[in-house]
Design a protein around this ligand. Structure first.
Ligand SMILES: Cc1cc2nc3c(=O)[nH]c(=O)nc-3n(C[C@H](O)[C@H](O)[C@H](O)COP(=O)(O)OP(=O)(O)OC[C@H]3O[C@@H](n4cnc5c(N)ncnc54)[C@H](O)[C@@H]3O)c2cc1C
Length: 295
């Protein structure tokens, strides 16, 4: 078991890792790519550089710094999060346990622009199979997506729903699905119904009857992961207190995935704060475990 797993290897995640590792915590950082900083060609408003620095240079030196301190940094995609007292992080290939998790996955949320999708949110359109799958037991549902995250949602829904169809909206599936899952690659025109979702309408005029649409396009965004363990979200942001802690004990969030400025300085501060609070949490947890073992 890790003391701390940090999801995201951008400024927020790496800043958190600097603190947790230097406090001696067993820290793992999981990042799937270089995040939004990679798109920043020249940065002039971050402390300590006499000349503009590229986003990629900042990312690479940040990752090198934590590796030098002994942090394990792996390249993988997180597709799920669970909580039962301890936290479990599920990647494409691994399930890992941690006392604390820091979500630092930046700001993306992949909501495709499809007519009806926003309108039917909560009335058949869901962004979380763990949260809402139960409401669709014995029903026909679709998962909208094409990659590992969509596959993970499909796998969660299969034991619950009557049927699960993967709908890729014109994309080529990047994963192979279980035999019982139908794959529909047509471009979607709209999601429609009366009081709740009833069907998907495709650009070629055909339709697919469905009771639910689970949106899992691309990579699991920060709020997708937070919702899986019941952490509070507001729109596209994870709700945290002044210590960067969510309403789930041991789960923190930092950087662009929380409300406020989308800036490196803010991400680095919040990472540092989340890391510092995670250290206190892990130490309290260790002390309690020791007491329990002695008693
Ligand atoms: C074009 C552009 C220019 C910018 N210029 C500036 C500037 O000049 N100054 C400034 O201060 N800020 C600038 N920013 C903003 C800055 O890049 C962000 O505020 C900062 O990178 C936020 O850091 P973060 O760690 O929260 O998120 P990010 O840097 O986005 O990092 C997110 C991390 O999470 C990982 N991740 C996401 N989902 C998953 C998943 N499911 N599994 C595993 N890993 C995952 C990503 O791979 C990445 O490692 C710019 C942004 C852009 C797009």
């Amino acid at each position: 078991m890790f003391d701390v797993i940090i999801i995201g290897s951008g400024p927020a995640g790496i800043s958190a890792a600097l603190y947790t590792r230097r406090a001696g915590l067993n820290t793992l950082v999981i990042g799937r790519d270089s995040g939004s900083l990679a798109k920043a060609g020249a940065i002039e408003n971050y402390y300590g550089f006499s000349e503009p620095v590229s986003g990629n240079d900042l990312i690479n030196s940040g990752i090198a710094a934590v590796k030098r301190l002994g942090v394990e940094v792996i390249s993988d995609e997180v597709v799920g999060l669970q909580w039962n007292g301890n936290l479990f992080v599920r990647t494409k290939t691994l399930t890992l346990e941690a006392v604390c998790v820091i979500i630092a996955t930046g700001t993306t949320r992949n909501t495709p622009k499809i007519e009806g999708l926003t309108e039917f949110e909560g009335r058949g359109v869901s962004y979380c199979s763990t949260c809402d799958g139960f409401f669709f037991r014995g029903k026909d549902v679709c998962v909208l997506g094409e990659g590992s995250y969509a596959l993970s949602e499909v796998q969660e829904l299969l034991p619950i729903a009557k049927s699960v169809t993967l709908v890729t909206n014109g994309l080529t599936p990047a994963v192979s699905v279980p035999d019982e899952v139908a794959v529909n690659t047509k471009k979607i025109l709209s999601v429609s119904g009366t009081s709740a979702v009833e069907e998907m309408v495709f650009e070629d005029g055909t339709t697919l009857k469905t009771d639910g649409v689970f949106v899992a396009v691309g990579v699991a965004g920060s709020t997708d992961l937070a919702k899986k363990v019941g952490a509070q979200v507001a729109g596209t942001k994870i709700v945290v207190d002044e210590n960067m802690e969510t309403n789930i004990p041991g789960l923190y969030a930092a950087g662009d995935c929380t409300a406020g400025m989308l800036q490196i300085a803010k991400a680095v501060y919040e990472g540092a704060k989340a890391g510092t609070e995670a250290i206190k949490f892990v130490r309290k947890y260790a002390a309690q475990s020791e007491k329990t073992n002695q008693g």
